[in-house]
Design a protein around this ligand. Sequence first.
Ligand SMILES: C[S@@+](CC[C@H](N)C(=O)[O-])C[C@H]1O[C@@H](n2cnc3c(N)ncnc32)[C@H](O)[C@@H]1O
Length: 213
Amino acid sequence: MRFIDPELERYAEQHSAKEPAYLVELAAETLSATDLPQMLSGHVQGRFLSLLSNLVRPRLALEIGTFTGYSALCIAEGLAPDGVLHTVDIFTPVAAMADRYFRKAGFTDRIQQHIAPAIEVIPRIEGQFDLVFIDADKSNYINYLDLVIDRMTTGGLIIADNVLWSGRVLDKARDQDSDTQGLSAYARRANTDDRLESVLLPLRDGLLVSRRK
Ligand SMILES: C[S@@+](CC[C@H](N)C(=O)[O-])C[C@H]1O[C@@H](n2cnc3c(N)ncnc32)[C@H](O)[C@@H]1O
């Protein structure tokens, strides 16, 4: 699935930092070996996640929705020297592939993979989060926000993917399916909760970046 004109996407890629070679390989393997390769964040969004992570330098980061590990590795690039990323997914067929690339990239001791529903895993992780990337089941986005919002460090970032949902968030409320309703509710909440300062970026399928005040 293409979110913007392919030529513009190529232009954006040419004018963004290059991906590490292991991410080029991971993206190619995801394309050939999985049914839904469009779930992967991709070059420009991945470089943006890496940039945000490098600004925050998280000591504790959380990713909800590992898939083949592409965005996890982008976030891991910015971890503080003693930082750890917890990444959670229920989709087991690609867990070994993600693990293989975490090893190849040299992050195996800094990325902890959890294979279970995120709702169960998040309360078991101890500490305050500096960066959270929400990229899993859309109807639970608000529940994930509720689980992390008071566990964020001041200035910490909560980043939510797919908040434009290929434009379906513009459908009338009564025509929206549960995923679209979940994403619409998340965007409203992120922009009205006094604890957050948010910007919805129309990057790829929409990235909502919220800073914990
Ligand atoms: C869009 S993909 C993640 C893509 C990845 N973040 C990237 O950019 O490469 C969404 C993932 O969320 C996972 N997921 C769905 N429901 C989940 C749940 N309840 N808990 C944890 N992960 C879940 C799916 O199995 C899928 O692998």
